[in-house]
Ligand binder design. Structure first.
Ligand SMILES: [Zn+2]
Length: 65
């Protein structure tokens, strides 16, 4: 199953942390904000991977957001 941009339906990388392509992201949020969003999403995913296998700490982590 391929992943598509929610705005322009262009195919995006399956491993992408966001549901839209870069050009749409920049159009919607601006380059600076888009960069910050991607960075935060990637960090969240990295943190999530670290917490995998520990249900209690990931639930705690989610509650803090
Ligand atoms: Zn797009």
């Amino acid at each position: 199953m391929s992943k598509k941009c929610i705005y322009c339906k262009q195919e995006i990388a399956q491993e992408s942390v966001i549901d839209f392509c870069k050009s749409c992201g920049v159009k919607v949020w601006g380059e600076k904000m888009f960069g910050a969003i991607v960075k935060n999403m990637e960090k969240a995913r990295t943190d999530g991977d670290l917490y995998q296998g520990s249900v209690s700490s990931s639930a705690q982590n989610r509650a803090q957001i």
